[in-house]
Design a protein around this ligand. Structure first.
Ligand code: GLA
Length: 711
């Protein structure tokens, strides 16, 4: 390939760029690997015509669509020096390809004295593209950076439908479909965390794309602070996706020789529908984003104390709960909020990370030992970044919080945000957490964050960027000091769920809602970007505390099996037969977690009243399919459900492994005819995928789990 062009590729995906020295770099192609097409051809085919009313030259796109180039539409780079020096033009000065899949494109604006390095790579294992930009201010005069997208990704013109992700507390990852119109689709998040309502991820698809077929792409910004997501379709028929950090006014200033590196934009291209996008993202999370030390560990069954006891702790009660939990198969016991300082409600005590001797007269050692003697790991809750004004820490250090001078704090769960960019603050938190981990031999920390950042000022200056980096650094420091420690990212449920935080943590608390019906939708939404192994999914109480709905134990348990399973209910008040069902569900989870956590996930297209997820082993020898009936339907029988991802020529034994007992009100159905609850029946993969299986008629709010195993 002539030096004018560069191509990076994995076995399935390729990116071709025009990187002529002295010109602005641009993407010519991103898609499946080209077999014969040459870069020169692409360049020529890219040629656009001069039209009346347009510029006298063809202004092509570039990786930042910077203002000086005059390209129509939203720029990916906005900066100035005291109102001057805004017309940037980044031209290639060198290209460094370090492997088949990785390149650094070095650019400069000699006029404005800026250096720009673009890092692009396609992962050989997952096919996911990672892109980021680094800006260096080479002038003595300070540069004020208002916006720097990780990259401007041009969109294939067929990809004109967006799936955006929004939601709220206890209902994360809700999808919205928008047809890309001439103009801008923009989501801005200034919550100071990834947020419940503006998840920095987008899917784009064509009119013909579905879960299993058609072209699609997915984009996600790996960052837990403020962010902006936009997709623009310009009048000149060019569309771009941009994601980046959103700064407070004046937040990002670069002095001489200082540089700023954007968060990574992750992008996946698929010709196999949205499932293809998700499968790449899942592989990438498992192999590149998560820390290697957890890769080969199984995900233990959790017991979390929150919805069982809230703040009403006592050593005796928790020991009895631990006993019960271990009897039914729990492997990790996580002591939630309420164990420290004056924390008898959410109104006080945050920041005082010493065991409350008012509640635990003997400290926590006896409970932690008991948990371990029962054969479980001991985990504990922290909310390190926060402080209640009613705490010893705040009384001693009222100046340790983020604030805007002269502006009243916005009330939010009676807590303020500690300024982790002050080294003493991070040191204090590290010492407290590290000491607790050592003293109690803690295997797992649930790291919570329960308020938004409204006035994130440090010395008056907006500082979400620095605060987010300081949070990551504290996580890293804790993990480095305790290499076996696992950390869960929680922010009032799934408010801090992104690949940035997953580089420092091992699991997410997907949502505070343990309502099985809502969880079916939330976990499906999250599955577009996140694999089941990192998605905390707990069996909650029969009467859901957040929605007030009542669901059977079978439905709640099936929903938790398709994630990283846990329990979060009072085992002392559950009926004995419910405990038996939970025990059975835990056994099913344990014997299938390797499949669920390494398998390929297929969302099976189905009517709105169903949610069907099929997880297939990498060698296609087995699968587990969850069919949740979310609602009633207006037909006498539900639809046939097709399996996905199997080998057509392979023979599979199909069994219905969940729930047990009577599931069909009428009969006989396929369940009896094919003896699905007994030894099952054998079908070809082709029949299961092309014809599908007639679902039995059941009540709504029921989840059937089918097991498929090659003969
Ligand atoms: C947040 C979390 C919950 C629980 C409480 C404790 O809401 O999401 O799971 O830990 O805090 O205060």
């Amino acid at each position: 390939m002539p030096t004018e062009f560069i191509s990076i590729a994995s076995a399935n995906t390729q990116l071709v760029l025009d990187v002529k020295i002295g010109a602005r770099p641009r993407i010519l192609y991103w898609g499946s690997v080209l077999k014969t097409a040459e870069a020169e051809e692409l360049k020529l085919l890219h040629q656009r015509q001069w039209v009346h009313g347009g510029a006298g030259v063809d202004i092509h796109s570039s990786l930042s669509n910077e203002l000086g180039a005059g390209k129509a539409g939203a720029s990916g780079f906005l900066a100035h020096r005291n109102g001057l020096d805004w017309a940037a033009v980044f031209k290639v000065v060198a290209v460094e390809q370090t492997s088949e899949g990785r390149v650094r494109i070095k650019c400069e604006d000699q006029n404005l004295k800026l250096k720009v390095d673009y890092d692009l790579s396609i992962d050989p294992f997952s096919d996911v593209l990672e892109a980021s930009t680094e800006i260096t201010n080479c002038s003595d005069r300070e540069l004020e950076l208002d916006w720097c997208a990780s990259i401007c990704m041009p969109l294939d013109q067929r990809l004109d439908r967006i799936v955006g992700f929004t939601g709220r507390w206890a209902f994360e990852f809700s999808q919205e479909d928008v047809e890309l119109f001439r103009g801008s689709y923009v989501r801005e998040n200034k919550n100071g965390r990834t947020s419940h309502d503006n998840f920095p991820g987008l899917l784009v698809k064509s009119k013909f794309t579905g879960e299993e077929q058609g072209i699609a792409a997915g984009f996600h910004l790996g960052w837990s602070g403020n962010n902006r997501v936009r997709a623009d379709k310009n009048a000149d028929q060019c569309s771009f996706v941009q994601m980046g950090e959103m700064f407070f006014p004046g937040e990002m200033k670069l002095a001489a020789n200082e540089c700023y590196k954007t968060p990574v934009l992750y992008a996946a291209w698929s010709e196999n529908g949205l499932n293809g996008v998700s499968q790449q993202f899942h592989k990438h999370v498992r192999n590149s984003v998560l820390d290697g030390r957890i890769r080969d560990r199984v995900r233990p069954v959790h017991y979390n104390t929150w919805e069982a006891v809230y703040f009403d702790h006592s050593e005796e009660k928790l020991m009895t709960l631990a006993q019960k939990a271990s009897e039914i198969g729990v492997e990790r016991f996580v002591l939630d909020d309420g164990w420290f300082g004056s924390r008898r409600s959410d109104k006080s005590g945050l920041g005082d990370w010493d065991v409350s001797l008012d509640v635990y007269e003997r400290g926590l050692q006896p409970l932690a030992d008991k948990v371990r003697n029962l054969g479980m790991e001991f985990g504990i809750w922290f909310e390190p970044e926060m402080v209640n004004p009613d705490s010893d820490l705040y009384r001693k250090h009222p100046d340790w919080v983020l604030e805007a001078p002269g502006v009243e704090q916005v009330p939010f769960r009676d807590q303020y945000v500690l300024n982790l960019t002050i080294p003493e603050v991070s040191d204090y938190l590290f010492d407290k957490m590290s000491h607790t981990v050592d003293a109690l031999n803690v295997a797992y920390v649930k790291w919570d964050m329960n308020r938004e950042l409204h006035h994130p000022g440090s010395a008056g200056r907006g500082s979400v960027h620095e605060q987010t980096k300081a949070v990551y650094a504290l996580m890293r420091r804790l993990r480095d000091a305790h290499p076996q420690l696992e950390i869960e990212s929680c922010a009032s449920g799934g408010g801090r769920t992104d690949y940035g935080v997953l580089r420092h943590t091992d699991r997410i608390w997907t949502s505070d809602s343990n309502d099985a019906l809502d969880r079916q939708r939330i976990q499906k939404g999250a599955s577009y970007f996140f694999p089941l192994d990192i998605m905390g999914a707990h069996i909650g109480p029969k009467h859901c505390h957040i929605t007030g709905r009542v669901f059977s134990i079978e439905y709640r348990a099936a929903t938790a099996i398709f994630g990283h399973m846990g329990l979060e209910l009072n085992l002392l008040s559950e009926e004995v037969d419910e405990l038996e069902v939970i025990k059975k569900a835990i056994e099913i989870y344990k014997s299938h977690r390797e499949l669920l956590h390494a398998g390929e996930l297929h969302r099976v297209e189905s009517p709105d009243y169903l949610n069907v997820i099929n997880v297939v082993a990498p060698d296609q020898s087995e699968a587990l399919m969850s069919c949740a009936k979310l609602d009633s339907y207006a037909t006498s029988l539900p639809e046939r459900v097709r399996f996905a991802g199997l080998k057509p020529e392979m023979k599979y034994r199909v069994q219905l492994i969940w729930p047990g007992g009577e599931i069909s009100r009428t009969g006989p159905s396929i369940v009896e005819r094919a003896d699905l609850m007994g030894k099952g029946s054998v079908f070809s993969g082709e029949a299961l995928m092309k014809h599908g299986l007639q679902l039995p008629e059941t009540f709504p709010d029921m989840c059937l789990i089918f097991k498929v195993k090659s003969e």
